[in-house]
Write a protein that binds this ligand. Structure first.
Ligand code: AMP
Ligand code: GLY
Length: 424
């Protein structure tokens, strides 16, 4: 088979690495890819939103299966464009990708189908939002309705902060049209867990759990980022929690989408908060998580192409997902200054240390080869170093050991990825 992966971050590197191991795959392409993906796939310089360019390439090169990685193209109808061109594609259609692309849609869906989530109100006008804040309970959480690179969520401790937040999202339009409408919701406390799943429209198969670290600095301080590190499994995601989520969240979400005429085929990523009153949904994503994928896929035993195909064909009920009984930790190596200002183009070295070392992986997020053929930094998040271990503690020690093998100027990482496991 010839396979095309759309995307160029750490998540797509992990997907490409896994797809490259499939016995069904003879040739793998990635658009646009990055410096690390180039080791397992042929990178083609087509942007993720260039649907004509992507479908033309897929037709000309007789691609048998395309996998769409990021949220933006899915929300804009990439899967529909491939289907319209008669091409086989893994990823939800636009009418299903709305599960992530509109927070107001996902909240209304959960309300309608009794899926546990924080209480909320939706606002189309800043005046009404400000009026509501006069009597609302604090803290409160403000969310831009649309996609905002995971940054359109403001946790407001005081009324003043919340009013300022309404201004930022709805009047100053910091996230553009994503803030035309906002959701305000009850502030919840508890452990966060990410659960990724494969969905074929009716059947859902849940992968192993993971936890992300979204803040830039140790101790969950600093700005929100795309994710500074992950571990899998989450020790807080117990058998009881899993049983509750399967019954009250996972299958109900898939059934609700079908009921609404928005059959979901692809990945649903459940962002959960384990509250005192039980698990509740923080958000749905319609794609693999980044950097959750970098700890989940290295633990997966299945041939992932079989699973992708079963989702497309509606035969996921015939697949048993199988994960290693081990653990993984991913530490993101970023450029000092991320997520604000940082330098690019700095040479990266030390990656040879990963070769032939089983259980150690380096997934590239922002790297490229410069004119001289040197591997250089090309983004805020540069690399994700993943290590396996028999348990979480061993995996964490291995990941931090491997993080030291890599050298580039201005290298920055959090030192407390997976620290929560010490509390278990
Ligand atoms: P989201 O993009 O909706 O997952 O929100 C990003 C982050 O904001 C989450 O990972 C949580 O840490 C936090 N968050 C979102 N909604 C809430 C809420 N209702 N209560 C507390 N924290 C929240
Ligand atoms: N790691 C969070 C996300 O992918 O949205």
């Amino acid at each position: 088979m010839k396979v095309l992966i759309v995307g160029g971050g750490g998540r797509e590197h992990a997907i490409a690495w896994k797809v490259a191991q499939s016995k069904k795959v003879d040739k793998l392409y990635c658009a646009p890819g990055n410096g690390g993906i180039a080791e397992v796939a042929e990178c083609v310089d087509i942007g993720v939103m260039d649907f004509d360019g992507l479908t033309d390439f897929a037709k000309k090169n007789h691609i048998d299966l395309t996998i769409i990685g990021p949220d933006d193209p899915l929300a804009a109808g990439a899967a529909d464009a491939f289907e319209a061109a008669g091409l086989r594609v893994f990823g939800p259609r636009q009418n299903a990708a709305i599960l992530e692309a509109s927070k107001a849609f996902s909240k209304d869906l959960m309300k309608k189908y009794n899926i546990p989530t924080a209480a909320y109100e939706t606002f189309d006008s800043p005046e009404k939002a400000l009026a509501y804040l006069e009597t609302a309970d604090m803290p409160i959480v403000l969310k831009a309705d649309g996609l905002a690179l995971g940054k359109g969520v403001l946790i407001c401790m005081t009324r003043e902060e919340a009013k300022e937040g309404v201004k930022t999202l709805m009047m100053d339009k910091q996230f553009g049209a994503a803030g035309d409408r906002i959701v305000m919701e009850e502030f919840m406390t508890g452990r966060e867990v990410s659960v990724l799943s494969f969905v074929d429209g009716k059947t859902i198969k849940v992968m192993t759990s993971a936890q992300d670290h979204k803040r830039a600095k140790d101790g969950d301080q600093g700005l929100n980022t795309g994710g500074m590190g992950t571990f899998s499994p989450s020790p807080f995601y117990t058998k009881e929690v899993d049983a509750f989520c399967r019954k009250h969240i996972f299958q109900p979400a898939v059934d609700a989408m079908r009921q609404e005429g928005r059959e979901f085929k692809g990945i649903i990523f459940f962002g959960l908060m384990l509250t005192e009153k039980g698990p509740k949904v923080l958000e749905f994503n319609a794609r693999f998580g980044d950097p959750e994928t970098q700890v989940v896929l290295p633990r997966m035993k299945n041939d992932i192409v079989d699973v992708f195909e079963a989702c497309i064909d509606g035969t996921l009920d015939e697949i048993e997902l199988d994960f290693e009984d081990n653990a993984a930790v991913c530490v993101v190596l970023a450029s000092e200054g991320y997520p604000e200002h940082y330098e690019k183009g700095l040479p990266i070295s030390g990656l040879d240390a990963f070769q032939d070392r089983e259980g150690y992986y380096v997934f590239h997020a922002g790297s490229k080869f410069d004119h001289e053929g040197r591997l250089v930094t090309n983004g805020g998040r540069v690399l994700g170093v993943t290590a396996l271990g028999e348990n979480l503690r061993e995996a964490r020690a291995n990941a931090y050991k491997a993080a030291e093998w890599v050298k580039f100027d201005n290298k920055y990482m959090r030192h407390d990825i997976g620290k929560a496991i010490d509390e278990v």
